[in-house]
Design a protein around this ligand. Structure first.
Ligand code: TYD
Length: 211
């Protein structure tokens, strides 16, 4: 997609399942609203009606339900709809968009861990999405406690959590490598601390790019 005129500010949260992204994304949104910013808080897979429908195909059901290639196409289709209907319009209006997961999740989950699909992931991203966040907060912690926290939430959206702790350990390494590979954009956050301290660190980092 021709990148939207980026009048607004685009921020993303990433990390393994249960690392606390959703809580921190919400806290940052609340904080920026208190500062008078117009904020859109959104998530992937999902974030638009069509993408939320695709989400159900991805997060429910047996772990082996899709091949890595099919999964990559479904995540990219969901992201394209999310971009067209939610992210690009909000950025064009000059709003702050905070997304709970974006393309880095695909790079790590599908590109790095499930088969050697990173090159294809990058090509699809360039052709279909073509937008990167200004800042990406990568919440980093041990998979054990994170997985327990994710499971404690219950529900049916456990397809990726069911892939096990070894999978989560590879994901953690994938996210850390990504943070090292994109130092201008990515901030590695120690997520094994009280939520309050994490939120304060993230708010300070966001302040630097708020303008
Ligand atoms: P999410 O709702 O963020 O789960 P959680 O709150 O447990 O972190 O995302 C659902 C799952 O989808 C999650 O296990 C990560 C996976 N996922 C991918 O594999 N690729 C992607 O591109 C995205 C956005 C998510």
């Amino acid at each position: 997609m021709a990148a939207a005129p980026a009048a607004g500010l685009f921020l993303s949260f990433e990390g393994i399942d249960g690392a606390g992204k959703s809580t921190q994304a919400r806290r940052l949104a609340d904080h920026l609203r208190c500062l008078g910013r117009s904020v859109v808080l959104t998530r992937e897979p999902g974030g638009s009606p069509g993408a939320e429908e695709i989400r159900r195909l991805l997060v429910e059901g047996a772990p082996g339900r899709w091949s890595a290639e099919t999964e990559l196409l479904l995540f990219t289709a969901a992201r394209r709809d999310h971009l067209e209907r939610t992210i690009a319009p909000a950025l064009a209006e000059g709003r702050v968009v905070i997304t709970d997961r974006f393309a880095d999740s695909t790079r790590v989950y599908q590109g790095a861990v499930r088969g050697d699909l990173r090159a294809l992931t990058d090509r699809l991203h360039a052709e279909m999405i073509g937008l990167e966040p200004r800042l990406t907060f990568i919440l980093d912690m041990e998979p054990g406690p994170a997985l327990r926290r994710g499971r404690a939430r219950g529900g049916t959206e456990d397809r990726f959590e069911e892939m096990g702790q070894e999978f989560q350990t590879s994901l953690r390494a994938g996210f850390r490598a990504l943070a090292a590979g994109f130092p201008d954009r990515c901030r590695l956050i120690d997520a094994a601390r009280p939520a309050e301290a994490i939120a304060a660190e993230i708010a300070a980092m966001a302040a630097e790019v708020l303008g």
